[in-house]
Design a protein around this ligand. Structure first.
Ligand code: OSB
Ligand code: MG
Length: 385
């Protein structure tokens, strides 16, 4: 694959409703998009870093810096035969997985178009119906939360996940369970509980939840393992899992019984497939997490969710839950049974609305590959777009 140029841009998009977690409230997203031009096709990638370094150490601005100064120049310098070679080409940079994923995923997107196959097929996917759940942010009141649950259950979503934190938990679960005793329910603490909260966490067992996501520290396996041995409810790890080796450690230590895979958190499709494969070998079910993505990241999440071991409903839901108007066409839709239908369309399966992207762009940089035929050393030339 000869990569001719890469365009990096930042777009700003207000969310339809603010999203609140244990680490804060998001009202407007600042999202980096990557466009990789190779042999006549354009692959798109989305960076899932947040506006602030709270979910992980990365944020929109660190990802911009890493992409400009390190990752894009390294990719343009490398000789890549296939997308699977990206991680090695970017391996001189430690961490910064969301920045890497934006770039690598754009290359996968481009490769699927070059080969004339759907992206999900290139990844090795088999599922044509993706079960969908929703993640509901912390609400100002229980009444408001019940209204939202009502709406999403009526829309057909197969699992409701409630964001929680110390002080915003048991009362909320009681209210939801009183009205919907049988829905598939889970919660996500984003690492906000501590060992002193063990009794509270044990009391969650009474609500028959599918899982408790990342109750303890973002970088822990050991104490999650201690906690899991005391809970009936399965723990699902999100923040703790950065690669296949982390997944294996968590499985061997029995820190969790379920894993959530996020493309950005693990550094892109190559590592996401490795995490998927090891969980499949070990009989640990997975689902695809979400990071309030635009349609580009969402399309990639759908493709990933088509892999065999994505047996649980993911956090990948309809575009209309996030955006007034998405940047892809058609928008992502969910059936009344709470499923996304995977199509045979080549590539990511959704067109990028370039005009809309241009309008939303607040900054951009274009990087060209140097033409080796003219005797220059391979490398990157950077110019203002
Ligand atoms: O922990 O899953 C999470 C959003 C931002 C950061 C972390 C998380 C989330 C979500 C939202 O839960 C999932 C979505 O609807 O995209
Ligand atoms: Mg989570």
């Amino acid at each position: 694959m000869k990569i001719d140029s890469v365009v990096l841009r930042e777009i700003r998009m207000p969310l339809i409703q603010p999203f609140e977690t244990s680490f804060g409230r998001t009202t407007e997203r600042r999202i980096l998009l990557v466009e990789v031009q190779t042999e006549g096709v354009t692959g798109w990638g989305e960076c899932t870093a947040g506006e602030h370094p709270s979910f992980s150490a990365e944020c929109t601005d660190t990802a911009w810096l890493m992409l400009c100064n390190e990752l894009i120049p390294a990719l343009l310098h490398a000789e890549i035969d296939s997308s699977g070679m990206c991680p090695k080409a970017l391996s001189h940079v430690r961490g910064n997985r969301m920045a890497k994923a934006a770039l690598e995923n754009a290359v996968w997107d481009a490769e699927s178009q070059q080969l004339g196959v759907p992206l999900w097929e290139l990844l090795g996917g088999v599922r044509r119906r993706i079960p969908c759940g929703v993640s509901l942010g912390i609400q100002p009141s229980i009444e408001k939360l019940l209204e939202l649950v009502e709406r999403e259950v009526a829309a057909g979503y197969q699992r409701i996940k409630l964001k929680c934190k110390p002080g915003h938990d048991v009362q909320m679960f009681e209210a939801v369970r009183a009205r919907w005793p049988d829905i598939a329910l889970s919660c996500d603490a984003n690492g906000s509980y501590r060992l002193k909260d063990q009794d509270t966490l044990r009391s969650f067992d009474a609500f028959g939840m599918l899982m408790i996501e990342q109750p303890l520290w973002h970088n822990d396996f050991y104490f999650h393992s201690m906690l899991q041995s005391q809970l009936e409810t399965s723990i699902c790890l999100d923040e703790s899992i950065h690669n296949r080796r982390d997944a294996l450690a968590a499985i061997e230590m029995e820190s969790c019984r379920i894993i959530n895979i996020k493309l950005g958190r693990v550094g892109g499709f190559s590592e996401a497939i490795r995490v998927h494969n090891v969980t499949a070998e070990r009989g640990i079910p997975v689902w695809c997490g979400g990071m309030l993505e635009t349609g580009i990241g969402r399309a990639h999440n759908i493709a990933l969710s088509s892999l065999e071991n994505f047996t649980l409903p993911g956090d990948v839901s309809a575009s209309e839950r996030y955006w007034e108007e998405d940047i892809i066409e058609p928008a992502v839709e969910v059936t009344r049974k709470g499923e996304i239908l995977v199509t045979q369309t080549i590539g990511r399966g959704f067109e990028v609305k370039r005009d809309r992207v241009e309008k939303l762009t607040v900054r951009s940089e274009r990087f060209h590959s140097r033409n080796k035929a003219h005797g220059e050393a391979a490398g990157a030339m950077q110019a203002r777009a």
